[in-house]
Design a protein around this ligand. Sequence first.
Ligand SMILES: *Cc1c(COP(=O)(O)O)cnc(C)c1O
Length: 229
Amino acid sequence: MDLIEENIAHNISEIKNDIKNHSIYPDKVKLIAVTKYVGLDTMKEVLKTGTNVFGENRAQLIKDKHDSFIADGINNIEWHFIGNLQKNKVKYIADFITMIHSVNKLSLAQEIDKRAAQNNRTIDVLLEINVAGEESKEGYQYDELLKDIPQLLELKNINIIGLMTMAPNSSDETLVRDVFIKLRAIKEDFNKKYFHGKLTELSMGMTNDYKIALEEGATIIRVGRKIYN
Ligand SMILES: *Cc1c(COP(=O)(O)O)cnc(C)c1O
């Protein structure tokens, strides 16, 4: 193994150990390798460790990367879209994306639904909630989301299977933990009131805070920088 490969393997095994040690249900947790920082060669090194779930935040780039792997005969990758998604870019990813984590508006959900139908499929999505209420963060405001739920539930070609959030970039662990606790509470409440238990996923936790997210019930963690250190 060369040095980069060795580091990646080491870092990923560390993250997997953290999942075992910090999660309240380690067997349920999926690690998304966020690959927005790296090119195809590094992504192939990640694949060699057995991690085939990639997260990206640019529609055109994830499509290009997807197409390159397919052209190379590699077709066992799960592709997750984790960033702010513009409506007019949904068409680039609708035929192959495994999950879209960042549904933050009714009009975006409607566009994903439409494009999924055109491709004869349903697309798994998460509702991104701005729990921390920071100006800079993407995601639904809670009140806005409540208002949209009836219409979201009518969309037949999207499968709403959970919630996503980003914690504030803060060294105050209590503040970060509180955001994750709140997202989990919203999931439980929504499951009772609107979704009949269909919300199973909590996508929360990145390099700086994934251990806390695991302790508070994350089922999906999205880790980038730590993998390539
Ligand atoms: C970049 C990104 C991540 C990964 O962040 P790291 O700090 O590199 O682990 C996770 N989620 C989203 C939405 C991102 O944009």
